[in-house]
Design a protein around this ligand. Structure first.
Ligand code: FES
Length: 368
């Protein structure tokens, strides 16, 4: 067969002719052999159903993912409190359903390729240079041929379940970011989770500063004389009603938003609080959140000599004498300060919760 003379002749050629022409012009030699199951046989129909089953499974798992994301309890519940069991399963269920959904899609695609694609070996001599119109037309025909070779046009069941599986998996992937946009983190006003940490007093009970120990059940409160000038101690909240209650002590010790560093400023330090945080210190003692305002690592490497707290993750530095304002690194917000005082018995206590959310900034963050 000679090459066509003009575009009209090219347009009049069938897809198979164009593929054959393209292969010849590209000096591609193709060896194809048919593969069982052969079309129209019982075995082919059975193979088709088994492939479709994986796509149906992917659809079911995608729907399960969306249902878990929307309806499964996601509000934090501490270990040992009602609802903890359901809450603890929230993240694993999202991971399991979405992971298995993607896995089912992958298995379905691989099984389809193994059962229905023709076996083909193509060898081509490489020739550098720009493509000519005839090459482009034949290349397009080759892609169309490859699509036709998948056999999806004739296998309605597989085609529909494949589209359904990928479609619902795509929906699940879209629901995740969209869902986080429609949730209002401030819907409970002053009681919203972002406002409340374990430092908030309940029913007027005193909240003591308790040292972080290797044994979280070991309760050691802090007095001013426990710290030398320039010393820092890591503390978490403690209430007398928690004494002996293993679940509550562990929860207070492990909560992500309560870690605080209590610092006794080096002698001669002139402390300048952030605006609105006047009176939060107790003499030369100051308490700041240990959660970095960049991405939430523990920013509690305290450098006494320079009076800065360092975050080891991306090297943010917070000047303690200036109200823990960031002076280096990617953090842009000062570490939230905890208002503290000393009670009649000489123990450090919190005078209230943080006046702003702790940890990384987010687009709608605000202070009180
Ligand atoms: Fe602290 Fe990035 S998390 S600097």
């Amino acid at each position: 067969m000679s090459d066509p003379e003009d575009h009209g002749e090219l347009r009049s050629m069938t897809r198979e002719q164009l593929v054959e022409l393209g292969s010849r012009r590209d000096e591609v030699h193709v060896a194809t052999s048919p593969r069982a199951p052969y079309p129209g046989t019982r075995e082919a129909r059975r193979a088709e159903r088994s492939v479709a089953l994986w796509f149906v499974l992917a659809m079911v798992l995608a729907v399960a993912f969306v249902a878990c994301f929307v309806a499964w309890p996601h509000d934090y519940a501490a270990p040992g409190t009602p609802g903890y069991g359901l809450y603890a399963w929230n993240t694993p269920l999202l991971g399991i359903t979405f992971g298995l959904c993607v896995l089912s899609l992958g298995i379905g695609v691989i099984r389809y390729q193994k059962r229905f694609f023709p076996e083909e070996i193509a060898v081509q001599q490489h020739r550098p240079g720009p493509s000519e119109p005839v090459d482009r037309a034949t290349a397009v025909a080759r892609f169309a041929e490859a699509a036709a070779d998948t056999g999806l046009a004739d296998r309605r069941l597989v085609r529909r379940t494949l589209l359904g599986g990928f479609g619902l998996a795509g929906l699940a992937a879209v629901v995740l970011p969209l869902g986080t946009l429609v949730r209002n983190p401030w819907r409970e006003g002053d009681a919203s989770q972002l406002w409340v940490t374990g430092w908030r007093s309940q029913a007027g009970e005193a909240v003591y500063l308790r040292q972080v120990r290797s044994d979280p059940l070991d309760v050691v409160r802090v007095r001013p004389e426990d710290l030398a000038p320039g010393a820092m101690v890591a503390v978490v909240p403690f209430r007398e009603s928690e004494r002996g209650n293993e679940g509550r002590l562990l929860a207070a010790d492990r909560a992500a938003d309560t870690p605080v560093m209590l610092i006794r400023l080096p002698q001669g330090t002139r402390f300048t609080p952030q605006p609105g945080r006047e009176g939060f210190a107790y003499g030369e003692y100051v308490a700041f959140s240990r959660i970095c305002t960049h991405l939430g690592c523990p920013a509690s490497l305290y450098d006494t000599q320079n009076n800065v707290a360092l975050c080891p993750c991306h090297q943010s530095a917070f000047a303690i004498a200036e109200g823990a304002k960031p002076v280096f690194g990617p953090a842009t917000r000062a570490l939230p300060q905890l208002p503290i005082t000393v009670d009649a018995d000489g123990w450090f206590v919190a005078r209230g919760d943080f006046p702003e959310p702790v940890g990384p900034a987010f687009w709608e963050i605000r202070s009180r």
